[in-house]
Design a protein around this ligand. Structure first.
Ligand code: ZN
Length: 281
C-alpha cells in the first residue's frame, strides 16, 4: 500500500491553519500521510508536537518532517557545519515528539569541489547528528537524504543511495524526489524509467527499502541548472501514472508526499490514480 499526503498543512484546512488542524483535515479527506514543514526553521515546542502526534495516530496519518532549507552538511566553514547539525537535531527532536519519521534533508552543496570530498563531509556531519540524537534519546527517527533538484547540490540518486548504504537503512533512508530527478538527471517518461530507479534502490538497499519507501512527487519547470519550480501534476512532466504502475507491479509500500502547489488536491489525484491501477492488479 502506498500512502499519499501533502507537503505541509493542506491549503483548504478549515479554520486556523495549524499543524493539528491540517493533520485532522488530511484524515478527513482520506489522505494517510503529511509532511510537517520546518523548511524556514523548527518552531514547534514539545507540548504542541506531542499533541499533534496523538492526533495523527487517531487520524491514521503517518507524519514525516522536512528540515530547514539552509542546511549544508558539506559547508567549507566549520561554523556552518555546526549550525547544520543544530538544525537537523532540532528537526529530529520535534519529529520524535511528533512520532514522525523520516526527517527530509537537502544534504549540501558542492561549491565547486569534487563529489568525493563532499561525501566525506556529509558523512561526518550525518554521524554527528546521529550521535547527538542518541544522546538526547531521539531514537527511531531516520535521516532522509533527499534527491536534490539543482546540479550544484549534493544529492544525486547515487549519492543518496550511497549515504543510506554507508549508515544502513535503520539510520539513513533515501528520499527520491522524482521531479528533482527529472530536472537534474534524466527525463522520466515511461514505466521502465521509473522501474530502473526503484530497481537501483532495491538492489543496493535490499527489499526492506521497497517496503518503507519515502518519496516526493510534483510536476516541475526545468532550466539548465536543474529545477526552477514545482508545478501541478497536470503538466504531466514527469508523468505520475507510470510510477503508480511501477509501485503496483513491484509491490512497493511507503509514502508519496505531494510538493505541487496544489498539495492536497494533487495528493488525492495521485491516490486515485494509484488505487485504480492497484485494483486492476
Ligand atoms: Zn526537499
Amino acid at each position: 500500500m502506498i500512502r499519499f499526503g501533502p507537503a505541509g498543512i493542506p491549503i483548504e484546512t478549515p479554520g486556523e491553519r495549524s499543524t493539528v488542524a491540517g493533520i485532522e483535515y488530511c484524515g478527513k479527506i482520506g489522505l494517510g500521510a503529511m509532511e510537517v514543514e520546518f523548511v524556514h526553521g523548527v518552531n514547534m515546542g514539545e507540548e504542541k508536537a506531542r499533541a499533534a502526534g496523538e492526533i495523527a495516530q487517531k487520524s491514521n496519518v503517518l507524519l514525516s518532517c522536512h528540515a530547514p532549507y539552509y542546511i549544508n552538511c558539506c559547508a567549507k566553514e566549520p561554523a556552518k557545519i555546526s549550525a547544520s547539525v543544530k538544525y537537523i537535531v532540532a528537526t529530529a527532536q520535534a519529529a520524535w515528539w511528533l512520532q514522525a519519521s523520516p526527517i527530509v534533508i537537502h544534504p549540501g552543496h558542492y561549491m565547486g569541489r569534487p563529489a568525493a570530498e563532499c561525501k566525506k563531509l556529509v558523512n561526518s556531519t550525518f554521524q554527528r547528528c546521529l550521535d547527538e540524537m542518541e544522546t538526547l534519546g531521539v531514537i527511531g527517527v531516520l535521516l532522509g537524504a533527499e534527491l536534490t533538484g539543482k546540479k550544484s547540490a549534493y544529492g544525486s540518486l547515487d549519492e543518496i543511495i550511497g549515504l543510506s548504504e554507508d549508515f544502513g537503512l535503520k539510520q539513513v533512508m533515501p528520499v527520491v524526489d522524482f521531479a528533482h530527478y527529472h530536472a537534474r538527471e534524466a527525463r522520466l517518461k515511461t514505466f521502465e524509467d521509473y522501474s530502473r530507479i526503484l530497481g537501483k534502490v532495491e538492489s543496493h538497499l535490499g527489499s526492506k527499502a521497497a517496503k518503507s519507501f519515502h518519496c516526493h512527487f510534483s510536476g516541475i519547470e526545468i532550466i539548465d541548472a536543474g529545477e526552477r519550480s514545482h508545478l501541478p501534476i497536470s503538466v504531466n512532466s514527469p508523468p505520475f501514472e507510470p510510477l503508480a504502475r511501477a509501485f503496483a507491479e513491484n509491490g512497493w509500500e511507503g509514502r508519496v508526499i505531494c510538493e505541487s502547489p496544489l498539495i492536497e488536491k494533487d495528493a488525492l489525484e495521485m491516490q486515485k490514480a494509484y488505487q485504480k491501477i492497484a485494483k486492476q492488479g
